[in-house]
Design a protein around this ligand. Structure first.
Ligand SMILES: Cc1ncc(C[n+]2csc(CCOP(=O)(O)OP(=O)(O)O)c2C)c(N)n1
Ligand SMILES: [Mg+2]
Length: 320
C-alpha cells in the first residue's frame, strides 16, 4: 500500500535511509548479475533526501531528477513497485512505461521525474504557479543537482519564482559530481546556495550527510515558505558514492576524495547518533538492517513475479 510518510522521529528517519541503501545495493547486485536495466544510484545521498522529504506534508508536491529513488522511497514509495517500474512491469508506478527516469507517483504527490537536467526547475516553478492561482494548500519541493544549477534554467526559474512569490523549496543536492565531470571544473564557487541571493531568495547550505541537520534546516525552510509564500533555496552538501549510472566504474574519481567522503557516510553517522543518544544497541541496528534486507527480498520477488504489459497497453495514455 502506498502512503505518504511524514514521521520525523530518528528511528523512522534511519529506517528510511536504511531502505534506500538496501535498495541501491540490491539494484547494483541485480545489474551486476545481468539482465537488469541501468539506474542512477543515490547511495551516499540518503540523509539529504530523507531530511528534506520528511519535512514536507501530504499536500506538498515533489518534482525530482534522474537520481530520484531516495526521494521516492523517503516519501513512502513501495520498493516492489519501484523495482517493477525499473523492470518495465505492469505493477510499476507508471505501468512499466516510465522506467526509472520518468517516474510519476500521483498517490505520493510526486508530480514527475525529469531526465532533462534542470527540467524540473522550470516545471516545479510552474506547478507552484498553478497552486498559487488555484489557491491550493501546500508547497512544491524541487530536487536538482549541482550540474543543473550551472544551467540557465536555474537562474530563469529562481528569478520568476522570486518575482511571482511562488511557494517553492528549491533543493540543490550538491553531490560534487555532474556525470563524469567534477563540479570544480564547472563552478567558480564551492557552494550554490548564495547564488539565490541574487534573486532576493533566502537560502541555506547544510551538511547533507547529517540527517538531523538536514531535517532541521528543511523544517525551517518549509516553515518560512508557508509563512511568507516566497521561495527558498536549500543546498545539501553531500557525495555521490557510486558512479553516474550502473555501468560507471568511477575510474576517474580521486580515491582520496572518495575515501574522505565515505568516512562521512550518512548511515554510519546516524547509527552513531542512535547508539549514543537514542538508546539503541548494536543488536537493534543489526535487526533493523536484517529487516530492510528482508523487505528488499520481498520487493524483488514481487517485481520479478509481476507481468510485463500487454502490447495493447502501447497506445493507452498516449496524447496526440
Ligand atoms: C539537458 C541535459 N543535458 C545533459 C544531460 C546528460 N546528463 C544526465 S545527468 C547529467 C549530470 C547531472 O549532474 P547533476 O545535476 O549534478 O546531478 P547528479 O547526477 O549529480 O545527481 C548530465 C550531464 C541531460 N540528461 N540533460
Ligand atoms: Mg551532481
Amino acid at each position: 500500500m502506498d502512503f505518504i510518510r511524514t514521521e520525523r522521529d530518528p528511528l523512522s528517519l534511519y529506517q528510511s535511509m536504511l531502505l534506500i541503501r538496501a535498495y541501491e545495493k540490491r539494484l547494483a547486485a541485480l545489474f551486476a548479475a545481468g539482465n537488469f536495466p541501468l539506474t542512477c544510484s543515490a547511495q551516499g545521498q540518503e540523509a539529504a533526501a530523507v531530511g528534506v522529504v520528511r519535512a514536507l506534508n501530504a499536500d506538498d508536491r515533489i518534482l525530482t531528477n534522474h537520481r530520484s529513488s531516495a526521494h521516492l522511497l523517503a516519501r513512502g514509495a513501495d520498493p516492489g513497485r519501484l523495482i517493477a517500474e525499473v523492470m518495465g512491469k505492469t505493477t510499476g508506478y507508471c505501468g512499466g512505461k516510465s522506467g526509472t527516469l520518468h517516474i510519476s507517483a500521483k498517490a505520493l504527490g510526486v508530480v514527475l521525474t525529469s531526465t532533462i537536467v534542470g527540467g524540473e526547475l522550470s516545471l516545479a516553478t510552474g506547478v507552484a504557479l498553478s497552486k498559487q492561482m488555484l489557491k491550493q494548500a501546500g508547497i512544491v519541493a524541487c530536487f536538482f543537482g549541482d550540474g543543473a544549477a550551472c544551467e540557465g534554467i536555474f537562474h530563469e526559474s529562481l528569478n520568476l519564482a522570486s518575482v511571482w512569490e511562488l511557494p517553492v523549496l528549491y533543493v540543490c543536492e550538491n553531490n560534487q559530481w555532474q556525470a563524469f565531470v567534477h563540479r570544480r571544473e564547472t563552478m567558480i564557487a564551492d557552494r550554490i546556495a548564495p547564488w539565490a541571493g541574487n534573486y532576493a531568495i533566502d537560502y541555506a547550505s547544510v551538511d547533507g550527510n547529517d540527517v538531523n541537520a538536514v531535517l532541521t534546516a528543511a523544517e525551517a525552510a518549509v516553515e518560512r515558505i508557508r509563512r511568507t509564500g516566497k521561495p527558498y533555496l536549500l543546498e545539501t552538501c553531500t557525495y555521490r558514492q557510486k558512479g553516474h549510472f550502473s555501468l560507471d566504474d568511477q575510474g576517474y574519481v580521486d580515491a582520496d576524495e572518495l575515501t574522505r567522503w565515505k568516512a562521512l557516510d550518512p548511515l554510519r553517522r546516524m547509527e552513531a547518533y542512535l547508539l549514543e543518544s537514542a538508546g539503541l544497541s548494536a543488536d537493534d541496528l543489526a535487526a533493523l538492517r536484517a529487516q530492510a534486507e528482508a523487505g528488499l527480498d520481498d520487493a524483488v520477488a514481487f517485481a520479478q513475479q509481476s507481468p510485463y504489459p500487454d502490447s495493447s497497453a502501447l497506445t493507452a495514455d498516449v496524447y496526440a
